[in-house]
Every structure is written in C-alpha cells, then in structure tokens.
Ligand binder design. Structure first.
Ligand code: SER
Length: 339
C-alpha cells in the first residue's frame, strides 16, 4: 500500500502556519498535511491534502500519521508563546518541549521507513536570549547566536532546549546503539524576531504590541501599548520570515555550520513604530502604559541580532526594510483586510 508523500505542518492554523501554507501551496507545489489543535481556517484548509485536528501530545495520533503518510519534511510551528506560557509554565513545557520531542521521534520513524533524511524546520525565537539589565541590553547591541543564552521565560527556555534537542537528534541520537539512527533527522532552526503579519494577529506573545498597534489603527480602534515607547527589539514582516524558513530548508547541508541562525530586518522602538503608524493612519489613537511584568520580558530580549552567519551560509536577505514592510506589504494588505 503506498502512502502519500507530504510535508507536515504543525500549528498550521497559527500566525506562521497561515503564511507558510499559502507560500508552500502556491510556490512550491508540496502536498501539505496540516495538524492543529483547532480546525483549519477556510482560507488555508483547501490548500492542504489532509487536515487533522489533534494534539501534538497525542502519540497515538502521531503513530496513525505514520501509517497513512510518508513525511519528508516537518515544519514544527506549534507552541505556546511567551506571555501565555507564563500563565501555565508546566503546560507550556509539555507542549513546547514534549511536543517537539514527539515530532522529532516521528521524524526518525519516518526516515526509517523511506530511507531518506527528514528535514525538520523549527522556529526558535529571540526569546532564547536573556539580557539581565537594560544597560547590558544597550551595551550588547547586535547579539550573536552563542551569547546571552540565559532566557527568563519558560517559552525561551523551551526554545533554547529544543534547539539542543534538534542538534542531538541530528548528530547523536542513540549514539551507543549497535545500528545507529544517525542521518535520520536534519534539524534547522531560525531565531525569529517579533513577526508582523498583515493578515493575522498573533496570540499570547510578548512582541504582540507592534502587530496589535497597526491592526488596531487600521480598524479605527484605540490601542494602549503595554511596553514603554523606548522599548526596542527586532521585528520582521511575515513574508520575510516564511521566505527565510524556505531558504534555510533548501540550503545545501554542506553550507551550514550550525543548526540555529539569527535573522534580522528592522528594530524600531515601540514609539518609533507608533509614529510610523500615525503617519499612515493620522487618526490613530495610541497610548503607552507599560505593564511592568511583560515589559521585563521584552527588556530581556536583545535590541538587535547579528545575522552574519545566515547571510554568509545560506544567503539570507530580509525581503523588506521597515519602510518597504509598511508601504509595500502591511499597509495595502491591512487596508484591504479591514475595508
Ligand atoms: N513573538 C514571540 C513572543 O512574543 C517570541 O518568539 O512570544
């Protein structure tokens, strides 16, 4: 009995899932198997060969996938984001770590069946960094991948640890077994900055203030930003993020010296971003009222990232600078969405 060759996307109904599924279906012609805890939205469901509503913690469900599909690549996007994770840290650990472990196990299993490596694409985050003070943050400036790996959130700890799990599964999995399972998984990860999509809003993140601000303005709603106006972290438009994930997927393995890459694009302060939003929507009513606790999380994230490695090894280039992201991507699409 032949099984269908597919690319598996977990967290398919989330922010990144929407962008990725549109792109995979339209440009790459992959057959997509979508998994999410909620039913897939109507705009993306028809783009998938199969959609499954289920939990990545449900091992039986994952086993069933093995019997029906031949999975050649996994985009493991399912996660509880940083703010939500702080309300239920143990659950976040289950979903973010145990869930990833289950998917890595599925990748090994799949590669045993079809004899080829399974590419495992994993969105990590600037939350994997933890800078102890604002002074340290300002002094550090653009951080490189191996510095400041002391996250202060459960989500950040989970992402950092899963990066290591991916490296372990790629190079050391069951290293003492007589017949080694090495070469089963090819784990590749990007530490994404805050992402801004014109089509969807994130849920449960701490970088959400930027996308929330522009979506609120487009709908004529007032917005109270939960961080100070001088708060600065890197951001990126969703198409750049999806493009980078696909570029990393397609990069030749010999070109890659590591499993985890920073990528950057622009890093306006919250106040500078608000000014840009006001420039487009002159009636925008944006106020700042810092929430001490969420502020502390964003303050622990770097103000910029050094993405030299990604540029050198797999040719990363952001698709938009800040002005282009707003004028060419966010503005036309957001306007259309709300009119
Ligand atoms: N955007 C994410 C968050 O805010 C970080 O990766 O949780």
């Amino acid at each position: 009995m032949s099984r269908k060759p597919v690319v598996l996307v977990t967290g398919a109904n989330g922010e990144m899932g929407h962008g990725l599924i549109h792109r995979l279906a339209n440009h790459n012609g992959f057959d997509i198997l979508a998994l999410d805890i909620r039913e897939l939205d109507a705009d993306i469901a028809p783009l998938c060969v199969a959609t499954i509503v289920g939990d990545i913690l449900d091992r039986r469900l994952l086993e069933r996938l093995v019997s029906e599909f031949e999975i050649h690549a996994i985009f493991h996007l399912a996660a509880l984001l940083s703010t939500r994770a702080e309300f239920t840290p143990e659950t976040a650990h289950e979903v973010n770590v145990q869930g990833t472990l289950n998917l890595l196990g599925l990748a090994v299993e799949q590669s045993r069946w079809h004899g080829q490596q399974v590419k495992f694409l994993f969105p990590s985050s600037i939350a994997a960094y933890g800078l102890p003070t604002l002074d340290a943050k300002h002094e550090a400036g653009r951080v490189i991948e191996n510095d400041w790996n002391m996250p202060t959130t459960m989500y950040g700890c989970n992402k950092l640890y899963c990066e290591h799990l991916g490296r372990y599964f790629t190079h050391h999995y069951r290293q003492l077994a007589a017949e080694s399972d090495l070469q089963g998984v090819d784990f590749r990860s990007i530490r994404f900055p805050g992402l801004i999509s014109a089509f969807t809003l994130p849920s449960g993140g701490t970088s959400d203030y930027a996308p929330e601000m522009i979506h609120a303005a487009a709908q004529g709603q007032s917005y109270t930003c939960f961080v100070r106006a001088d708060t600065r972290i890197p951001f990126m438009a969703m198409p750049s993020a999806i493009g980078a994930l696909l570029d990393l997927m397609n990069a030749p393995a010999e070109a890659l010296s590591t499993h985890v890459y920073n990528i950057g694009s622009f890093n306006p302060s919250a106040g500078e971003f608000a000014e840009l939003v006001r420039g487009i929507f002159p009636d925008a009513d944006i106020n700042f009222e810092s929430d001490t606790k969420r502020q502390a999380i964003v303050d622990s994230w770097p103000e910029d990232v050094d993405d030299t490695l990604a540029r050198q090894e797999w040719g990363f280039r952001p698709r938009y600078n800040l002005t282009q992201a707003i004028e060419d991507y966010l503005l036309p699409n957001i306007r259309q969405r709300y009119t």
